[in-house]
Design a protein around this ligand. Structure first.
Ligand SMILES: [Zn+2]
Length: 136
């Protein structure tokens, strides 16, 4: 359920570590079997080693052996306060293009359980480059 995933993401928002931007993000990736994988953004003193919440959740799923994904929920905000929709950055959109079906995979950006929008990956990555282009 989308609302449960939003609630879970909001619970994890406090665990993000945005030591430079002070912009907290949490995400919950659901695979086709219903398994949930949580990620938060992590910024580190060695600047380039940080990661977004979305890829953190995706790589967590991959590490657990999950291979097919249904949906990702994303919440975020400055000073840990969610006051606006937080769409994935383009690096994360590409990582999702590389691993998810753009026709069916859903990206949910939420403020709370009642205020959210659902997009298909293909709509947030128009003319995206995916692994299908590497096939004969
Ligand atoms: Zn990102």
């Amino acid at each position: 359920m989308i609302k449960e995933d939003i609630s879970l993401a909001l619970d994890y928002l406090k665990n993000s570590s945005p030591i430079y931007s002070d912009f907290s993000v949490a995400s919950v990736l659901t695979d086709v079997d219903g398994n949930k994988f949580v990620g938060v953004n992590v910024e580190l003193p060695s600047l380039t080693n940080g990661i977004c919440a979305e890829r953190n959740a995706l790589y967590h799923a991959i590490a657990e052996g999950s291979k097919k994904y249904k949906r990702i929920v994303v919440v975020g905000g400055l000073h840990g306060e969610v006051t606006q929709l937080t769409p994935p950055c383009c690096v994360c959109r590409q990582a999702l293009m590389d691993t998810c079906d753009p026709e069916t995979f859903e990206i949910v950006v939420a403020i709370n359980e009642e205020d959210y929008k659902v997009f298909k990956l293909k709509d947030l990555v128009p003319m995206g480059f995916g692994p299908d282009r590497l096939e004969d």
